[in-house]
Design a binder for this molecule. Structure first.
Ligand code: FPP
Length: 228
């Protein structure tokens, strides 16, 4: 494939529906979803043209779920790093957490900070994990930083430089699983000219084969960025 995205992003939707359709507890949907996430991160790290991968793991709206489910998701985040941190590191993957982690359990916060610190000099794939993240909030906090900096005119470049994802470039390709066709307050600033793909299957059913099919679809898209 000649054309590959430099920055790919995922809204990992449909964990509960996947479980429900199989008569399974919804937590098993999240568990399988976490396994798929780890496998996809590993696979993406082997595709050298892809430099950044963003994943929406927990939105600011997800706090409305029942505490048991929230706790289970948090545990899965910790478990993923306990199980795979060394392997991720061998693959030269760098992790950046986007979002306000201060509301998360202490042990999870510590783990996330440690994972970022341990991987900060890695030079392969950068994984941006959005946790308690909101796209509008990302822009608002960037603008607030700039408002306090004394600048009289604020440019797009200034805003970009103050987003949580900096220095990641715009998202080239967004995949949202489960058939929902929405952005849901994900990386609004970066998605301005992204190619969008909304496959019907749920996130736990995503796999290597489907990743390559999606990349093939992207490679055939004709990106014009508003021009001819
Ligand atoms: C969307 O499915 C998924 C989430 C809100 C959480 C994403 C969590 C994971 C992929 C697993 C754990 C995360 C990490 C980072 C290891 P949904 O629950 O909204 O499902 P539904 O749309 O079918 O209700």
């Amino acid at each position: 494939m000649e054309k590959l995205p430099t920055h790919i992003a995922f809204i990992m939707d449909g964990n509960r529906r996947w479980a429900k359709r199989r008569g399974l507890n919804k937590m098993l949907g999240h568990k399988k979803g976490a396994e798929v996430l780890a496998n996809i991160i590993k696979e993406l790290s082997r595709i050298s043209k892809i430099k950044y991968a963003s994943f929406f793991a927990f939105s600011t709206e997800n706090w409305n779920r029942e505490q048991k489910e929230i706790d289970a998701i948090f545990q899965l985040v910790e478990d993923m790093f306990d199980k795979y941190e060394q392997e991720f590191s061998r693959l030269d993957i760098k992790f950046v957490i986007m979002g306000d982690i201060s509301r998360f359990p202490k042990s999870m916060q510590e783990k996330l900070i440690k994972v970022q610190e341990n991987s900060k000099n890695n030079s392969g794939l950068t994984v941006l994990l959005a946790l308690n993240y909101g796209g509008r909030d990302d822009i608002v906090q960037a603008v607030n930083k700039l408002a306090n900096s004394g600048l009289t005119e604020i440019t797009e470049e200034d805003i970009k430089k103050n987003l949580l994802s900096f220095p990641a470039p715009d998202v080239d390709f967004l995949i949202r699983t489960s058939g929902e066709e929405r952005i849901s307050n994900f990386m609004l600033f970066h998605l301005a000219y992204s190619e969008l793909y909304f496959p019907k299957y749920c996130w736990p059913a995503f796999n290597k084969k489907r990743l390559y099919k999606a990349l093939k679809i992207y490679s055939k898209r004709n990106r014009r960025f508003g021009g001819n």
